[in-house]
Design a protein around this ligand. Structure first.
Ligand code: CO
Length: 218
């Protein structure tokens, strides 16, 4: 083997190692975060970072869910995804009744490693807000219903057919877990109406976090 070939195969080995390492990194069994958690605002790069799958049961996960519900209710929200508190894992919490049903276990849902199995062809347009975009509202078109699978906090299998409001909440939070933000799903004229507010959030973030690279709308 020539030296050139040897160095090529070394490079290949290194690349393979890196890919394996990335895969390992993309599954976690210990969830680390600073308490109490705080909602991160657009355009924080953690809203765009890849979210690791969680191997269950995972240390720290139940406490994270508890803290996420707390900040969600404090901001009068109905759903929250882990990257929104700066924790890049595949987990969301929601309660379609919001504050009114705080602590109601029949309404509160924690979904880990969620997947969409099926989307309805029928779509619905409805107004959405997002806790990472204070006071910004806009119409978003989404499939009316979804069939999903996920795991619960202890690793139990969950399969659900969701429609109406809860389907919308799930899809919004699911998008967060893919690094997708609600304004990217808005029709151009709707996006136009909130563009100044998005730019304002960007300006504020850049001023508070000099040197942090962010993805901007323009
Ligand atoms: Co959101």
């Amino acid at each position: 083997m020539t030296s050139a070939r040897r160095s090529l195969s070394l490079l290949e080995e290194l690349r393979e190692e890196r890919v394996q390492e990335e895969r390992r990194e993309l599954e976690v069994q210990t969830v680390e975060f600073d308490s109490p958690v705080q909602i991160v605002l657009y355009p924080d790069p953690r809203l765009r970072a890849p979210n690791a799958r969680v191997k269950l049961p995972a240390k720290g996960l139940e406490e994270l869910a508890r803290q996420m519900f707390k900040v969600m209710y404090m901001d009068d929200g109905v759903g929250l995804a882990a990257p929104q508190v700066g924790v890049n894992i595949q987990m969301m919490v929601f309660n379609p009744e919001g504050m009114a049903a705080r602590g109601d276990k029949s309404q509160e849902m924690v979904l880990v490693n969620p997947e969409i199995i099926k989307r309805s062809k029928k779509t619905i347009v409805n107004e959405e807000g997002c806790l990472s975009f204070p006071r910004i509202l806009g119409d978003v078109e989404r499939p009316a219903a979804v069939k999903i699978k996920a795991q619960g906090l202890k690793g139990e299998k969950i399969e659900l057919k969701l429609d109406g409001w809860v389907s919308r909440i799930f899809q919004h939070e699911f998008d967060h877990l893919q690094g997708v933000l609600f304004f990217e799903r808005m029709a151009a004229p709707v996006l136009q109406t909130i563009r100044p507010q998005l730019i304002e959030l960007e300006e504020t973030f850049v001023q508070k976090n000099p040197g942090v690279a962010v993805q901007r709308i323009t």
